[in-house]
Design a protein around this ligand. Structure first.
Ligand code: G6P
Length: 638
């Protein structure tokens, strides 16, 4: 029995896989060309920084030797170390790692190598059966020096290299067959000093090249190609590309040489600036009156009181036939999904649920030809959302994507896509993408309602309220000083409850998440009526309650709930519409916001929640507000 057969047998026999350490949310960058390899790779890595990471590294070939440099921490630390080492590289692969399991230290940073330092690999994704492969290789006396799954790829390929007579492509092809899980990899080998080998399975990997192929760039995120005009294609389904100057050969998983379709990417140089704000987050919060207008731009017909979307490829007949909608998303996007579901059910009268993507795919969901799946993702790269989309597609569902990042995986997987047009969101903690998602969902609801029972006048009324939102948000932003003062007062607390009813419950979910993400304080959100069913046991004078009271339909009931809390000495901060004077008797502090209809009150209340979280984070001295600890912008593992 060959070694491969043995491993395959183990794979078949294995009942349970153990994932102890792996790397995720990472960024891959690689370069072959005549320019300064190090500078181009570092610039590429910097474009990937926004995703969140905690270590970085680079490896390349010089004079037939494999040379590398890795650090924990940020790219500027890597830059410094590279300078110190006087590093020079001809071709290179580079990486930003975001650790989920296994310490974010230098040793676990990518690239990873085989014991003989003959090859180096950078990797995104998870090798699910890495433990079993590691055991197999350890039994062959191969010594591992890191806790990552990626090292298994390096060691396995190295182990098989001789067997395939030093044919790098064949070795990788055969080795990848033994891997379970998802991956995008770039690999260099000192015996093949001019080649980068790239491969991908269920994890994005883009290859860009100039016409004469004198320059080839690789990245897990085409945003990193900024500054280069390139022909770009993506690898998928275990395809392998052998890249060297002037030559790109792509093979299918059946070893068939193929021509990949390319699209032109004009990577105009783009510099991201805070434009005088202390953080990207604050800048992005203040951008919202404009980004909401951008989300509406071109999508509205005032004459007919409805919405149009250029990217929507479903016909009116298809849309009219929809009787059931499932919205899938994660994190902040799921909060938008929650609002979207309420809107669609309330206004368009379509049975709609918001599902957390990581749960959805294991539910054996009921999907019929009358079901529409809406997948919401700012980045378009969230693995949980993408897997849920694939599950829904396997069940025959129509998929509508709502996404901010052009050319992202979701935009390719969905049958049809609506873009947010919010511009790049640099802060890991989402702000403007959220309000743009709600804008698109409000417009989509309007379209679906107009195709059903909404009259032209109903539609026009809704549109006129929606069009007031940017102005309303400006009025809330003008309260930044007042919100800051109140936030400083509340920054002495360690735990918070956020409560609200109906549409305001979604405001609570999002406001509490913002506070958790950037201030590292414990914040829990509840529908206001639910507090008395358990959580009220926790209430005392050290547990402030932030109450969102901007839902007219449930206003009186929310006040009753606040009275119950006041009786138990909870400090109360209310966010309430300008005319809600009754609240003066109940709350300790009030932030008054402009009036709007219930369905749209999420907009002004969200801005208050964002500013409250930001100001608390600043007040307690959090430094890394734009890249909070442990968080990543694109979560590319499940
Ligand atoms: C990560 C981010 C969250 C974000 C979520 C979904 O967890 O830290 O801020 O809401 O992913 O991201 P998506 O790009 O799919 O909207």
């Amino acid at each position: 029995m060959s070694n491969f057969d043995k491993i395959n047998l183990i794979l078949k026999l294995e009942k349970k896989e153990e994932i102890l350490y792996h790397n995720a949310m990472c960024g891959i960058f690689g370069y072959i060309g005549e320019k300064n390899t190090l500078q181009i790779c570092l610039k590429g890595l910097k474009q990937l920084e926004y995703r969140g990471y905690d270590s970085a590294g680079i490896a390349g070939i010089k004079n037939n030797n494999l040379i590398f440099c890795k650090t924990s921490g940020k790219i500027f630390a890597l830059e410094k170390k590279i300078e110190k080492q006087n590093l020079e590289l001809d071709i290179a692969i580079a990486h930003t790692r975001w650790a989920t399991h296994g310490k974010p230290d230098e040793k676990n940073a990518h690239p990873h190598f085989d014991t003989h330092l003959s090859l180096g690999v950078v990797h995104n994704g998870i090798i699910e059966n890495y433990a079993i492969l590691k055991d197999f290789l350890k039994n062959k006396n191969i010594k591992f020096s890191t806790e990552t799954d990626t090292e298994v790829i390096a060691q396995l390929i190295s182990y098989n290299y001789e067997k395939y007579k030093n044919n790098l492509y064949l070795t990788v092809h055969e080795s990848l067959k033994l891997l379970k899980g998802s991956f995008a990899i770039a690999l260099i080998h000192k015996d093949h000093p001019n080649i980068i080998l790239a491969a991908a399975r269920e994890s994005p990997l883009a290859i860009g090249f100039i016409d004469n192929k004198n320059e080839i760039l690789i990245s897990s995120d085409p945003n990193a190609f900024i500054g280069h005009n390139l022909n770009v294609f993506y690898l998928r389904n275990d395809e392998i590309a052998l890249l060297s100057k002037k030559s790109i050969k792509t093979y299918t998983n059946q070893k068939k040489l193929i021509e990949k379709k390319t699209s032109l990417l004009e990577g105009k140089n783009q510099t991201f600036s805070k434009e005088g704000f202390d953080h990207f987050l604050l800048k992005e919060i203040f951008e919202q009156p404009i980004t909401i207008q951008k989300a509406m731009l071109g999508n509205i017909s005032e004459d007919f009181g409805t919405a149009y979307f250029e990217g929507l490829k479903f016909s009116s007949t298809e849309l009219m036939a929809i009787k059931h909608i499932i919205i899938i998303a994660c994190g902040t996007s799921w909060h938008a999904a929650y609002i979207g579901a309420s809107l669609l059910e309330d206004k368009a009268r379509i049975l709609t649920t918001a599902e957390i993507a990581s749960e959805f795919r294991f539910k054996n969901p009921i999907i019929s030809e009358e079901t529409l799946i809406i997948a919401i993702s700012q980045s378009g790269e969230t693995a949980d959302t993408l897997s849920a989309v694939k599950e829904a597609k396997a069940k025959g569902a129509k998929i509508l994507g709502i996404c901010n990042v052009k050319n992202s995986t979701l935009t390719r997987e969905a049958h049809s896509c609506i873009y947010l047009n919010a511009g790049p969101e640099i802060s890991v903690c989402s702000s403007k993408a959220f309000t743009s998602q709600i804008t698109i969902l409000s417009l989509f609801t309007l379209l679906m309602a107009r195709l059903r029972h909404f009259t032209k006048e109903d539609g026009q009324k809704f549109l006129s309220e929606l069009k007031k939102i940017p102005k309303i948000i400006n009025q809330v932003l003008e309260k930044q000083k007042e919100i800051k003062k109140i936030s400083i007062k509340y920054s002495k607390y360690k735990n918070f409850f956020f409560i609200g009813r109906k549409y305001m419950y979604a405001s609570c979910l999002e406001a509490a998440l913002k506070l958790k993400e950037i201030s590292y304080l414990n914040a829990t959100s509840y529908p206001a009526g639910e507090l008395k069913h358990g959580p009220i046991a926790l209430i005392n004078k050290n547990l402030p309650v932030i109450a969102f009271c901007s839902n007219k339909q449930t206003y009186d009931k929310t006040l009753n709930n606040l009275m119950e809390l006041k009786a138990r000495e909870a400090p109360i901060l209310a966010i309430a519409p300008n005319n809600a004077k009754e609240i003066l008797q109940i709350a300790d502090d009030i932030i008054f916001i402009p009036n709007t209809i219930d369905e749209l009150a999420i907009f002004p209340t969200t801005i208050v929640g964002q500013l409250f979280a930001y100001n608390i984070a600043k007040a307690i001295g959090i430094k890394d507000i734009d890249q909070p600890r442990n968080l990543a912008k694109s979560v590319t593992v499940e």
